[in-house]
Write a protein that binds this ligand. Structure first.
Ligand code: SF4
Length: 184
């Protein structure tokens, strides 16, 4: 962002960061689309019982130009991947992606040639939500965690420093095939 890059670091930037984070996290507008069964739970989250409107995001936008959150709800087929990427590219920045469910996070049970094995092969993912399907409560919990992430986002010089630190940490992190999970 042009203006953000020109902001000096220090007290002023910290204050602007706090205000921008507060405004951004309280006004997320998701793009309207669902890919498979997970989308039913996403729709339920917006309805009266769970009421996403409580978090300032009742407006699922029909145009990607008006959306800043992509909830990838369901498996992503190879055919759908370029369309999903096009929608992401049409969304104005700053924008965020939530991979909802096992299928969009990792391909889930569909380990085959037709399904992308994780939507992070197509767009950068900010938060992964496990489950098949995740309940609306789980989606709301993931959104709250994403809100925290957005609220803590740095701007300008602070953001540049944060990116360098994150890249350094990623380079020394163990490869995912070496990570010890519950099954090892
Ligand atoms: S994670 Fe489960 S509920 Fe969600 S799209 Fe895949 S199979 Fe359907």
């Amino acid at each position: 962002m042009g203006l953000e890059e020109k902001l000096p670091s220090g007290v002023l930037l910290s204050t602007v960061e706090g205000l921008a984070g507060y405004a951004r996290k309280g006004s997320l507008w998701p793009a309207t689309f669902g890919l498979a069964c997970c989308a039913i739970e996403m729709m339920a989250s917006g309805a009266g019982r769970y009421d996403l409107a409580r978090f300032g995001m009742e407006v699922f936008r029909a145009s990607p130009r008006q959306a800043d959150l992509m909830i990838v709800a369901g498996r992503v087929s190879q055919k759908m991947a370029p369309i999903l990427r096009q929608i992401y590219d049409q969304m104005p920045g700053p924008k965020w992606v939530l991979a909802m469910g096992a299928c969009s996070s990792s391909g889930g049970m569909f380990n085959n040639y037709a399904i992308v094995q994780g939507v992070d092969h197509v767009v950068p993912v900010d938060i992964y939500l496990p489950g098949c399907p995740p309940r609306p409560e789980m989606l709301i919990d993931a959104l709250m965690k994403l809100h925290d992430q957005i609220g803590d986002t740095k701007l300008g010089a602070n953001r540049d420093r944060e990116v360098v630190e994150l890249e350094r940490a990623a380079l020394v992190a163990p490869h995912s095939s070496e990570m010890k999970g519950l099954l090892r």
